[in-house]
Write a protein that binds this ligand. Structure first.
Ligand SMILES: [Fe+2]
Length: 342
């Protein structure tokens, strides 16, 4: 039996110290290229996954345009990354943000009926050298998807069906493995065993809400804040990574860090600011400027991301996301799903 030529190769991600770009073997023309790439991935899933983990959980596939016409292809590829692809009808997601034909796709868009708001612009909008601000707290919005759930999700796939012009609506990514590695021993000891308190948006518990004096509302069981380790051990690679969000997705009433002084000016807040400022240092980050047909696959267990501003008055943006669940690690063994309404 001959050895099949791999139909894809992985190259380093330009402009980043992590990540990989999947290059589909030459000779396959669009529009067949997308399905050929997925078939190649299905034929060698272990190679794909080991490339993904070698790249600290970030892969970029260019030219996957056929997904726009055949959205099931995105679900098919997602299935290679874990046991369960989220059906957003089961997870309290607003119907207007779910793809009308494929309920495993979340529509992230400013085009009605989708409800996504345009992210705020940093102040000032650019660094003095003209570059895009990435570092917290100048840059806000860093998070890992759905960390307010236990067990939290594993991996997201994010597809640019209708991106903004270059220079707007980028997505920033930060590598929590490299950021954890670069901490000094004293900080590693300090945060070992520490938990963060993560909560969903619109609960009156974000840093902004607390600073604005909004009352925190009573939460139903399925939306209560969830503890997550600040240092997460990856269930596949065994590597440690920082696992944190900042202003919007932590609980700034009872947290943000469990067992530390709570509130927006407490010791927990000070440590979170220090950790997030470190996590988002430029050498751990990458800014992706989207082309139509781009697909990014990112590991929520070891990475954070943030959306950037775009001119939502004049630009229309539509992105599709799937979320893969099922391998959060032994810490979560046997847990009921926190987000299911009783
Ligand atoms: Fe996200």
């Amino acid at each position: 039996m001959g050895t099949a030529q791999p139909a894809f190769i992985i190259r380093p991600l330009p402009g980043a110290n992590f990540g990989g770009v999947i290059e589909i073997a030459a000779g396959i023309d669009a529009p067949e290229r997308t399905e050929a790439a997925i078939a190649a991935a299905e034929a060698a899933p272990d190679a794909l996954l080991s490339s993904f983990y070698d790249a600290h959980g970030f892969l970029l596939l260019k030219g996957m345009h056929a997904i726009s016409e055949q959205p099931d292809l995105l679900v098919r590829l997602s299935r290679l990354f874990g046991p369960e692809v989220e059906d957003y009808r089961q997870t309290l997601t607003g119907a207007s943000d779910i793809h009308p034909e494929v309920p495993e796709i979340l529509v992230v868009s400013n085009i009605p009926p989708a409800t996504k708001n345009v992210p705020a612009r940093p102040n000032p909008p650019l660094n003095p050298d003209g570059s895009l601000p990435v570092q917290f707290p100048h840059r806000r919005g860093w998070h890992t998807d759905q960390s307010y759930r236990r067990p939290p999700p594993d991996i997201s796939l994010f597809y640019a069906e209708l991106p903004c012009p270059k220079g707007q609506g980028q997505t920033l990514y930060a590598d929590g493995i490299a950021a954890y590695d670069a901490l000094d021993g004293a900080m590693k000891s300090r945060i070992a065993g520490l938990d963060g308190l993560h909560v969903r948006l619109k609960t009156g518990r974000s840093e902004y809400a607390v600073r604005a004096g909004e009352p925190a509302r009573a939460l139903e069981a399925h939306e209560r804040a969830q503890r997550q380790p600040v240092v997460r051990t990856h269930p596949v690679t065994g590597l440690k990574a920082l696992y944190l969000c900042e202003a919007g997705q932590m609980d700034w009433v009872d947290g943000p860090l469990v067992g530390m002084e709570p509130g927006v000016d407490g010791d927990g807040a000070k440590l979170l600011y220090e950790l997030m400022t470190h996590y988002t240092r430029p050498e751990f980050t990458y800014a992706h400027d989207w082309d139509a047909g781009d697909l990014v696959i990112y590991d929520n267990r070891s990475m954070i991301h943030a959306a950037t501003w775009y001119d939502g008055e004049h630009e229309r943006r539509r992105m599709w996301r799937t979320t893969v669940h099922g391998n959060p690690g032994p810490l979560y063994d046997g847990e009921a799903r926190s987000w299911v309404r009783a």
